[in-house]
Write a protein that binds this ligand. Structure first.
Ligand code: ZN
Length: 161
């Protein structure tokens, strides 16, 4: 592995390091992104990181709002017109497992929001932020979340390593 880029990319997380950006919660074995803390993630890996965060945090993130700029804007044109963001997507929480029960989904009032933003100036990384915390449930809490399949899968992965 090349070490040349590691210094400058130190704070840019990849799928391999994303777990370092997560913190323990009150639920054993469940970790989370700290609320309102923006982290940088390598652009090519942010979708994988989102999945990994979902599994680690026992949360299923559902796309909520996508605000993609027209793709024919070049970085240069964007600069001229003072457009900084090349894309912005928001994900809302459907806590793990509720998609198996429509009734449970209707009851889900969780307002957690996960925000991904990419910028023309820094195409190599994008920013992800948990902008609103979970309400009405604690991710991964077996007493509240009926299904902990993502967590179980993660656990099995670790066992098989
Ligand atoms: Zn939630």
């Amino acid at each position: 592995m090349s070490t040349n880029n590691i210094q400058s990319n130190k704070n840019i997380y990849t799928l391999a390091t994303i777990s370092e950006a997560l913190e323990c919660t009150s639920v054993p074995g469940v970790i989370t992104l700290r609320l309102d803390t923006t982290i940088k993630v390598r652009t090519s890996e942010w979708r994988d990181c989102l999945l990994e965060i979902g599994e680690s945090c026992a949360v299923k993130w559902i796309i909520h709002n996508s605000n993609k700029q027209p793709t024919d804007i070049t970085a240069e044109e964007a600069k001229d017109s003072d457009i900084k963001m090349c894309f912005s997507q928001e994900y809302s929480c459907h806590h793990a497992g509720t998609y198996e029960s429509k009734a449970a989904m209707r009851k889900n009032k969780c307002s957690a929001l996960f925000h991904v933003r990419g910028f023309f100036k820094t195409p190599e990384w994008c920013e992800i932020t948990l902008t609103k915390d979970h309400t009405e449930h604690t991710p991964g809490d077996v007493h509240e979340d009926m299904c902990t399949l993502p967590l179980a899968k993660k656990y099995l992965n670790e066992l098989s390593q």
